[in-house]
Design a protein around this ligand. Structure first.
Ligand code: SF4
Length: 239
């Protein structure tokens, strides 16, 4: 089974313009496969607004079905799944070499399984891996070739501050609409535009990676998206 998606979304295409060929593994998020919960630290808000509901995945049901198939394959026969993933990463590395590009891999495109990413980062020490995660203490799982960005939700603000204090950037979805500017700061931390590419390992350290709400997150009512206008008012008061 082919597991890695390459050049299938707008943000990784932006990365290609910067010389990176990105492979992403998309599983069925949270418990949506019916066989396992692949996002043990997810919140109600992030499940409702998950990236799984944005882009092509929101239009074509076949995409979600394929993600369910992959998730079932992982939990039915882990060794075969790992071999298939290894084969796809090797293919990505060869393709990148042919094109004169740098390969990079996001194992948890729509999941949060540290063991899977760490195992692949270990098997491919010369490939750059990266993920977003909602599990606490991300700094313990960072490796020289595995970059992590902590991911904000409506229930983990203190963990976000913890992550920032340990030098881990925090991704935050704002209610900001497409084409509109993100807030400049959050709680004193600079906000950078995370929609310009998905190459999180090239970000400066100590920043908030601001993202605009996409898919169902645009209709968030659970507090997952940070209200951009409220952040601007707080900045105004502090100024
Ligand atoms: S943890 Fe991430 S991948 Fe999992 S449901 Fe939440 S937003 Fe989606």
């Amino acid at each position: 089974m082919r597991l890695l998606s390459v050049g299938c979304d707008a943000k990784t295409v932006k990365g290609e313009k910067k010389g990176y060929l990105t492979g992403i593994l998309y599983l069925a998020p949270a418990s949506s496969s019916g066989v396992a919960n692949v996002c043990a630290s997810a919140s109600a808000g992030c499940i409702a607004g998950c990236l799984n509901t944005a882009g092509r995945a929101s239009i074509f049901p076949a995409i979600h079905k394929a993600r369910v198939r992959k998730t079932r394959a992982l939990f039915a026969d882990r060794d075969t799944f790992m071999r298939d993933l290894e084969r796809d990463i090797n293919a990505l590395v060869r393709a990148a070499k042919r094109k004169g590009m740098t390969p990079c891999v996001r194992v948890n495109g729509t999941s949060d399984l540290p063991w899977l990413a760490l195992e692949m980062a270990h098997r491919f020490p010369r490939v750059q891996f990266y993920d977003y995660t909602k599990h606490a203490r991300p700094w313990d799982r960072v490796r020289s070739n595995y970059h992590l960005t902590f991911s904000h939700s409506e229930i983990n603000e203190s963990l976000c501050v913890d992550a920032l204090r340990h030098g881990i950037n925090v991704a935050m979805v704002f209610s900001t609409r497409k084409g509109q500017p993100l807030p400049k700061r959050w709680n004193g931390y600079r906000v950078i535009d995370g929609d310009l590419s998905d190459l999180r390992f090239t970000d400066p350290r100590g920043v908030i990676v601001g993202l605009r709400a996409k898919g169902r997150a645009k209709r968030d009512y659970l507090g997952f998206c940070v209200k951009a206008d409220l952040v601007q008012i707080q900045i105004g008061k502090a100024a």
